[in-house]
Design a protein around this ligand. Structure first.
Ligand code: LIP
Length: 275
């Protein structure tokens, strides 16, 4: 059987945008009609709704209709990836980033969709329907917010930097993170905690945040990470990645950090020393 052609980045971006908007229609309608139920995943605080499931199904169906042989790393239906998956076009999907915010009726809620080839993200879309924001990027093609070019902040001093972060579900294991948070509060302008990693990362891309760090999943940062890099921000990890890390860097949310180039190294040093 012949190998299907590799789609162009434009074709991948068009598909990601169509899938994101289809999911957003489901999310907005569910919020409007209060038509969803909530359940807990592996802990009482790690919530998922019927809308997460429906949105992810719509996203994957939209992509499969155009690219039936592509693979998925999706928060609700395909949360693990094999080495074989990384050799095929791989879609990294978070149907609702900010699920807790969605349940509480808050606005920081986003659909995050990325596509990677050989483990390198080629296109990324983060669509926040309640904020009327769509962030997008194509590898090598720059980053946009609602179609307008965006650029990371020019800040070069931590004490003039606004930093976002987040915390894992449940209270266990938060003590070291409190130490990190304390170090940031002692050294930086201030901290924000919006509750949706994908949007946090895109705000660094747009220069409305100077930096963000958190230990998250691939689907939280795959799309936003490309958008941030294409906007001139620097992405990386607080600690050196192991040589045989299970995931490629673009998909690795472990101790993830993104920041304006002028403060990236200082912020990473501050966080690494505070743990
Ligand atoms: C959320 C992240 C957020 C983090 C939350 C949660 P979800 O993702 O976007 O940054 O602090 O604990 O992981 O679960 O809402 O898709």
């Amino acid at each position: 059987m012949s190998t299907p052609p590799i789609p162009t980045r434009t074709e991948l971006l068009e598909t990601a945008l169509a899938a994101a908007h289809r999911a957003a229609d489901i999310i907005v309608a569910a919020r409007r009609d209060r038509a969803f139920t909530v359940s807990a995943k592996n802990s009482a605080d790690n919530l998922v709704t019927t809308t997460d499931i429906a949105a992810e199904q719509a996203i994957c169906a939209t992509i499969r209709a155009r690219f039936p042989h592509h693979r998925f790393l999706a928060e609700e239906s395909a949360p693990t990836v094999t080495p074989a998956d990384l050799h095929e076009p791989l879609w990294i999907v978070d149907p609702i980033d900010g699920t807790t915010n969605f349940i509480y009726g808050q606005t920081h809620v986003a659909v995050s969709i990325a596509c990677a080839l050989a483990g390198e993200v080629q296109v990324g879309v983060v669509h926040a329907p309640f904020l009327s924001d769509t962030y997008a990027a194509v590898r090598g093609g720059g980053a946009t917010r609602n179609g307008h070019p965006i650029h990371a902040a020019a800040t070069t001093a931590l004490d003039h930097s606004l930093i976002a972060t987040g915390f894992p579900y449940g209270t266990g294991g938060r003590a070291p993170l409190v130490r990190r948070l304390g170090a940031v509060l002692e050294r930086c302008r201030d901290v924000r905690r919006f509750g949706a990693a994908a949007i946090d990362v895109c705000m660094v891309a747009a220069g409305t945040l100077d930096g963000y760090y958190e230990d998250v999943h691939p689907w939280d940062i795959a799309a936003g990470g490309l958008i941030a890099r294409e906007a001139g921000a620097v992405t990386g990890h607080i600690h050196p990645r192991p040589e045989r890390a299970p995931l490629p860097s673009d998909l690795d949310g472990t101790n993830f950090i993104v920041a304006a180039p002028g403060i990236f190294n200082d912020l990473r040093g501050l966080l690494a020393g505070a743990f």
